[in-house]
Structure formats: C-alpha cells, structure tokens
Design a protein around this ligand. Sequence first.
Ligand code: GLU
Length: 505
Amino acid sequence: MSVVVRFAPSPTGPLHIGGIRTAFYNYLLAKKLGGKFILRIEDTDQVRFVPGAEEYIMEALRWCGIEIDYGVREGGPDAPYRQSERGVIYQQYTQQLLSEGKAYIAFDTPGELTEMRTQAEKSGNPGWQYNYLTRKGMINSLTLSEAAVKQRTESGEPYVIRLKVPEDQEVHFKDEIRGEVVVHTSQIDDKVLMKSDGLPTYHLANIIDDHLMKVTHVIRGEEWLPSAPLHLLLYQAFGWNPPSFAHLPLILRPDGNGKLSKRDGDRLGVPVFPLDWTDPDTGEKTNGFKESGYLPDALVNFMALLGWHPEGNEEVMSVERMIELFSIEKVGKSGTKFDIDKLHWFNQTYIKQKPNEYFLPYIKETLLKQGMNTDFTDEYLMKVAHLMKERAVLMKDFVLKATYLYQAPEYDSAFMAKQWNETGKNNLIALSNVWSRLNSEEWNTQRLHDTMHEWMTTNSIANKFLMPQLRLALTGVSGGPDSIEIADLLGKSETISRFERLIAQ
Ligand code: GLU
C-alpha cells in the first residue's frame, strides 16, 4: 500500500509554528516511506475564513522547504483539494448515511438547544449532550413520523444532519504516539455532520476526504485527539478502513506549561509564525521568522526536534538526514518547551556553515529596509559576510550589529569617555602616519598588523593606549570583529579619514 499523508489546515489566519511542525513531520514520513504529501485546504467554515490565509500557508510551506505533491495549485488524482469545491461529494455521502439509518435529521433550533442545556444545568447536570440518551426526547427524524419530517424539510425549515452514534459501545484505536485509546460511546455526542447551510462540518469532510484521497497516516496536533473516536465511528459508519493516527504533543511556552501563543512570542521577542502577517481586518502586523532573520533550514531543524528525539545526540541535521532518521515512535507524548536560546544557537550554527555569497541578498535587503547606503560592491559585501558570519545570530545582524561597516561610526559616549585621551590621540596620529605610507597593494591584514606592531615595539607603545582608540576610530563601539581586519576591509582612504574624524573631535 503506498503511503499518503496530508496536511489539512483551515485558512483561518497565519500558520503557527506548531502547524509547520505538523506539516514537516508529515513531509518527513512521506519522504521516508516513498509516499505522497497532500496539502488540503479545509475551508468549509465560512465564518472563520480569512482572506489571504491560504496563500500564506502555501508560501510558508515553500519557505520551509516542504514540497507538496498534490494540492490546490499542484492538482492531483483526487482534486479538487479545496473542501469548499467538494460540496457535492459531501452531500452524496451524507445521503448514504441517512438512507442507511446511520445519520438522522434534527430540527431543534439553537434556541431550543440552549434551553435544554440551561434546564439540565439547573437540575444539576451541567454537561448536557445531544446523544443516544437524549436524542429520543428531541425533535428529529428518529422521533417524528416520516411524513412530518418530509413536510418540515419541504417547507424550508432549517435542519442539521447528525451522526447516530451507536449505543453502549467501546471505541478502540491505537494512537502511534499515545498507544491504546478507549472511549465509550456514552462520552460521544451525536455530532452535527451537515450544518443548516448545507455545508459539512470539519469532521465529516475530513473523514470523507481522507478516505477518498487514500490517506494512510494522519499526523496532526494533539487538539484533535478528542475528535479521533468520533472519526473512528464515522469510518465504521461508512464501512471504511481508518488510517493510522498520531497526535503530536503541544509546543509549550518557554516559561510555563501553556501552549506557545502569539502573545508569548510578543512578550519574549520571538516570532511564532513563519512569515510576516498582516491581519486583513485590523491591519495589525505580526513578525515572521523569515523577516526577523531566521534561516529556514535552521528553523526547520530546531522545530523538528521539538517533540522528536532521534537516537543518539545528533542535533544539526540536513533534511535528508532527518528523513533518514525520522520515525513516529520517537515522538514523545508530552509537550516540549520552545527554547529560544536553542533556536538562536541553531540559527547561528547554520549561518556559520553558509558560503559568504549566501548573505549578499540579505545584506542588500536589510540596508535598503534601514534606509542606509546600498552602494557597495559584491566584493566588499563578501568580505563583510566573512567578517560577520561568526558573530551573527540573526540575518539582520550582518548589518545591525556592525552599521560602521557601511557608514561613518557613531561614537558610543561611555566608550569614548573611557578611552579617548591625549596619549591615545597622539598614538592614533602616529599610526595614521605609519599606515599612510602603505600603498593600496600593501593594504592587507598581514601588512597592517606587521607595520603596526613593529612601530609599537620600537616606540614601546602599550596596547591599552592604542587598541581601544583604534577601535573607537573605526567602529565607535567596544567589541566586534578584529580592528585590523576592519581596517583592511574599509580600505586606506576610509580608514585614514576615520582616524582624522576622531582626531578632530
Ligand atoms: N482542518 C484541521 C486543522 O485546521 C485539520 C485537522 C486534521 O488534520 O485532521 O487543523
């Protein structure tokens, strides 16, 4: 049997990092087992539909390197892959359940249902459910005569279609992560399958599509675990074989036990969505990992390990390696905390591994975004990349952690107050003279280093009366890449002019 997995998001907003992880595990499994990955858009809930979300989801998956075999854009053998275009299919299968007596029509209005709940609550029964114990007292095709049902539906009275959950039965299934799950049908209500607007609910459409699309493995978030017994009952009602199920643990906030939310992200200064997102209703903008300077391969590697523990201590892994090692049995049951430091470590590690030219477009884009000078040769930017690669945690650090590589430095007042003195100033003037004698061919790290140290030795110049001043002149701040390498990068005329600028202060 060929393996088919699916990622089935509802386009209700941007995709949370948890959704990306779900998609990625599905992808890893499909690749590992030589299967297919479907992207199905579950958009039957018109109320929660958000314009732009579907495009966002596709773009986010693309950025993360998750390739779709069959989907809305790609097409495929079981198209369409957007549920709103599959209405006829759901109608047909609902009719089948009705005619076989496995589903029924219910006329109870929302007002009447609320009234039932309130009454039940008053008599000390707060968890009222529409189920096999109560349905006999409700207004539905099980309690009304056939003629009455016909008369009501034909007169246009709104109705829903509910699943007739079997009485007094145990539903068993094996979750690949959690093991055996057993639920008694008294715990399951007669869920609405078709709403009064003629649209299917998530449960119905999801099961029909998984079956028709020949899905073999359902890997999804833990929030769907309570729905799984109902889904099993639906498979049973249709007489279909269910796929295997794996419900993934939550991604938890770093400080506490709740699910990592956008609010946590804002508070901790870390995104929770892959790409920037602007809410079409409120115009509120939320930062994404991409635009905040994270590399997709670093993010995906970090995220894969939130819940999955491959054997051994391997952490930094290519997608190919993850495909090789991945197995659902190695996904833990309990939620995993989102560790920001670890994410930063991954990002830094991946940055260090990239060739210098990789960073050029990012540097150019950041300069542009910051409204800074962009007039640099690629050769210059390659050297910047080389110099900053060891220090950058986020992509924007190539610019923001070293703006002095692109424009005249701003002197940090504390650094200046501490280091700018008469001796330092005289030493800087002297060094300026020494270096001015070098011609442009001689202007390289080695020569700059040798000539400076020769002169320092001859004149017994103490490090502390030259090095901080040199750094102040070139960068304005303490810390950063080696000063001589910076001088090499800036070139002779810029270095000397920065000396003069500080000397004139
Ligand atoms: N549409 C559901 C969601 O938004 C899919 C859940 C599932 O994978 O069954 O998460």
